[in-house]
Design a protein around this ligand. Structure first.
Ligand SMILES: NC(=O)C1=CN([C@@H]2O[C@H](COP(=O)(O)OP(=O)(O)OC[C@H]3O[C@@H](n4cnc5c(N)ncnc54)[C@H](O)[C@@H]3O)[C@@H](O)[C@H]2O)C=CC1
Length: 451
């Protein structure tokens, strides 16, 4: 009824040789791009040093779109959009309102045409469903913003190794993606649009494949982690300490993805609750959320001796040690975990930078880690910790911050539920902190991370 009009040749893992600008990209349209259409603007630039770290954090998709450990970039400026970007965005605008249908159709097609790929995905696809399209569309959206896009895709490519994604899987996904878009973008789809999408997908997948291949040289696809301590702090919050099977390098403020033995191939994001420790152990604060498979299992079922799988570290909510600016930190609920890691990081660097932590919770009982924070405050005169309990303060965390300050010499770090991040960013922008000085993980990923 609707057939993608492309054949997929074998992919390459050899950098840019058949990359977006190279000859014979493996996602090759039957109709070659018209000579007047310039090549896709993004090339597989692999110079890590040139990639800026976007502010908001990341990972994106499972077996080609898992939980996003890649920074979710802010929308690219629209001026001077390339012809391909214009076409790609036109398709996205048309399918946006029917994104659910496109995604369901996409997966149905993928699993019918390529049943061998089904085992890479979780048995229940509900959370997964949102991720694939979200990741691909995020990438397509930033088609003209090369540095940001490449950084995002590299992270995505690395993160996909743990799902068992291989280079030869990408053409199958591309075919089904194009077929799904063709079916639902009925008014804007034409040969030109198809060619633009083919080029965009070729670029996207080549950068991901190359990043995965490069990562393979230095890191495992995943780590095993044995739970060595499990401490219940409240009826629904546990501190879980894990010993990885091999060294696990990360930075304070980053996060990882965890898979439990009880829900195979279901991965969720958790921030590291400390700086890298000399004993190599990793700590996570987990709150069991209603109907949360992974969080429920980690809080109520997991015991020392159980073995988890961990994906690679991700996220850019890390301390910039090249400046002496103060740190204004907002941690809501279990969002205090990476904030504690940031405080430890400043302490370990030995520079006396002012650090102000606002620790928000709904009730006094929910301040499950306040003792640790107060101990840190006692030991470090540069640190101020201010608990904000909704029920007592009659105001929420972001509002409390307005009552202190001034904050113009501070970089801001936010961690907590998506609503808190959104209103926190609004509050901070409202009191004059520029967006470039505000760091947090991606709200979309926090929503996807719940469970
Ligand atoms: N890196 C990150 O950003 C991390 C985020 N998290 C997320 O933090 C959340 C923690 O959940 P809980 O402990 O149940 O938090 P919670 O729902 O009990 O809220 C914690 C604090 O955030 C404030 N808050 C909540 N919604 C708000 C809104 N719409 N506007 C303003 N303030 C708001 C509350 O007033 C309270 O002070 C989870 O969603 C988890 O995924 C957890 C760890 C790391």
């Amino acid at each position: 009824m609707f057939e993608a009009r492309h054949s997929m040749d074998a992919p390459t893992t050899a950098s840019t040789a058949s990359g977006p600008d190279g000859e014979g990209g493996w996602f090759t349209p039957h109709n070659p791009p018209s000579p007047s259409t310039p090549p896709a603007p993004v090339s597989g630039d692999h110079d890590e040093g040139r990639i800026p770290q976007p502010r908001a954090s990341d990972e994106a998709a499972a077996p080609i779109a898992g939980p996003g450990a890649e920074p979710r970039p802010a929308p690219a400026p629209r001026k001077d959009a390339s012809p391909d970007a214009v076409l790609v965005r036109r398709t996205m605008e048309e399918v946006g309102p029917v994104a659910d249908k496109v995604t369901s159709y996409f997966y149905a097609l993928l699993f019918v045409r390529h049943p061998d790929l089904r085992p890479l995905f979780p048995a229940a696809m509900d959370t997964q469903r949102d991720r694939l399209l979200r990741a691909l569309l995020t990438a397509a959206e930033h088609i003209d913003d090369k540095d940001v896009l490449v950084a995002y895709l590299k992270n995505l490519g690395r993160g996909h190794r743990k799902y068992g994604t291989r280079a030869e899987h990408y053409p199958a996904v591309g075919e089904c993606l194009i077929a799904s878009l063709a079916r639902y973008a009925t008014t804007t789809w034409n040969e030109e649009a198809e060619t633009a999408w083919v080029r965009a997908y070729t670029t996207i997948s080549q950068v991901m494949i190359d990043a995965a291949a490069a990562d393979e040289l230095t890191s495992p696809a995943w780590w095993l982690g044995e739970i060595v301590a499990h401490e219940r702090r409240t009826s629904d919050i546990a501190v879980v300490t894990v010993r990885p099977d091999q060294p696990y390098p990360f930075l304070a403020g980053q996060y990882t993805t965890l898979e439990t033995p009880w829900w195979p191939r279901v991965w969720r994001h958790y921030s590291f609750a400390s700086t890298p420790r000399s004993d190599g152990l990793l700590a996570f604060h987990v709150k069991a959320v209603p109907a949360g498979w992974v969080s429920g299992a980690l809080v109520h079922r997991a015991r020392p001796g159980d073995v988890l799988r961990l994906g690679p570290p991700a996220g850019s909510m890390t301390v910039d040690h090249s400046t002496d600016s103060g740190l204004l930190c907002l941690g809501g609920g279990t969002g205090i975990a990476p904030i504690k890691a940031l405080v430890e990081d400043v302490a370990e660097h030995g520079r006396r930078r002012a650090v102000e932590v606002f620790y928000g919770a709904r009730t006094g009982d929910d301040l499950y880690d306040i003792d640790t924070l107060l101990r840190l405050q006692q030991n470090h005169p540069w640190l101020a910790v201010r608990p904000v309990v909704d029920q007592q303060a009659h105001l929420q965390l972001p509002d409390a911050v307005r009552e202190y300050g001034p904050w113009n010499e501070y970089d801001a770090y936010l961690s907590g539920p998506p609503g808190m991040i959104r209103s926190g960013v609004d509050a901070l922008r409202g009191i004059g902190i520029p967006a470039s000085r505000i760091r947090h993980d991606a709200v979309e990923d926090l929503v996807a991370a719940a469970g």
